[in-house]
Design a protein around this ligand. Structure first.
Ligand code: PBG
Length: 375
């Protein structure tokens, strides 16, 4: 049977029908918000290449964490920016350093309701900006770096991190961190491995966000853009070393890699919508060239559709707010008007309830999985 009997458009005619048959949805719990905390700040400081994203002070970080909790986000990924740096990145290993101190504070404040994850890497802490220590030849010394990662993982776990996330792409990093955690009694702390992390121009704005000292690039340790099979090898190795979750990064330009990773992984797969992906959407939207909300939503749906279990995105809190609005809006519609006129703009809910006034209603027929798709 084919046309005219077959008419796929039948299933797209109304917003309600599209919602019913959506194969992919966003939910606040799938979203992880990366946050930056900078030592010595008394107020949040804007990041010019990432409009709307800030370097947090230690106190504004806690406010952001509470907001993330109230929005029902899945978790936070913490990045620390120290006041002083050295060749070994010592501030990252110091239990009183900015990152470890912040892990403790955030855990205290919201730890029951949010998964608190920490970036396990030295690049924010070294004065040369590389993810590891440098040997006599000026190269990043893999095995010497592993020893520091092992120690850093233990300090982060002792500070209360629910998940540690090694992002340095050193060979063998997952295995040494796992062993160190286990020996220190942290056998319950999972590792989210940045397994397929590419040397990418899309990290540009992040360098400003963490005040990176890097000159040059990370091509000797991060994956090379042309390679797909090699990414799978990285994922396989991290799984064999005991990764509890694996990540693909960046997301949008690497959806093929994400899809491949999902097909071989027996653990959850995360994807990181990185700073440059954020900055491009913001820049185009600011020029009026794209509809910001439509594109943000579509970009995240695409990442989930490619198979990501969860997504790290600087949009996490804002999108969670939209999802709540959407849900509140569809409830109001249902209660008040069964023949309401079509919304002018299908991406906007017909009735917008301020997120602050929205309360999770007690409706046993709609469980936690009931957020409508957003487009
Ligand atoms: C390294 C790290 C980077 C990002 C996250 N962790 C930078 C890099 O590898 O160069 C980039 C994140 C982003 O661009 O949003 N600790």
């Amino acid at each position: 049977m084919s046309f005219p009997e077959q008419r796929p458009r039948r299933m797209r005619r109304s917003r309600a029908m599209r919602r019913l048959v959506a194969e992919t949805r966003l939910h606040p719990a799938d979203l992880i918000l990366p946050v930056f905390v900078r030592e010595g700040l008394s107020e949040p400081s804007p990041i010019s290449s990432m409009p709307g994203v800030v370097q947090h002070s230690e106190s504004s970080l806690l406010t952001a964490a509470e907001e993330a909790r109230d929005l029902g986000l899945g978790g936070l990924m913490l990045f620390g920016i120290p006041a002083t740096r050295d060749p070994q990145g010592s501030a990252g290993l110091d239990p009183e350093g900015i990152l470890n101190r912040s892990i403790r504070a955030v855990k205290d404040r919201v730890g029951e309701d949010l998964v608190v994850m920490s970036d396990l890497c030295l690049d924010e802490f070294t004065d040369h900006g590389h993810c590891g220590v440098i040997d006599e030849d000026g190269e990043v010394d893999n095995d010497a770096t592993l020893e520091l990662y092992a120690e850093m993982g233990v300090v982060q776990a002792a500070s209360g991190a629910d998940v540690v996330a090694p992002s340095g792409m050193m060979d063998g990093q997952v295995a040494v961190i796992r062993q160190a955690l286990d020996e220190a009694g942290h056998q319950h702390v999972p590792i989210l491995a940045y397994a397929a992390k590419y040397a990418s121009g899309f990290y540009g704005p992040f360098r400003e966000a963490v005040d990176s000292q890097l000159s040059g690039d990370r091509k000797q340790y991060q994956l090379d853009a042309p390679n797909r099979t090699e990414a799978l090898r990285e994922v396989e190795l991290d799984l064999a070393e005991g990764a509890d979750m694996v990540m693909v990064k960046p997301a949008s330009a690497y959806l093929d890699i994400l899809s491949d990773a999902v097909s071989i992984s027996d653990v959850p797969v995360s994807a990181y919508q990185v700073s440059g992906e954020y900055a491009m959407i913001e820049a185009a939207a600011a020029n009026g060239w794209i509809n910001r909300r439509t594109v943000v939503t579509e970009s995240l749906i695409a990442i989930r559709r490619a198979g990501a279990t969860n997504v790290l995105t600087y949009y996490a809190a804002e999108v969670a707010g939209w999802l709540r609005e959407e849900m509140a809006g569809s409830r109001v519609t249902r209660a008040t008007a069964s023949h309401a006129p079509p919304a002018q703009d299908p991406i906007r809910p017909r009735t917008t309830a301020a997120p602050e006034t929205f309360r999770e209603p007690h409706d046993p027929s709609r469980t936690d999985a009931g957020f409508p798709p957003v487009s």
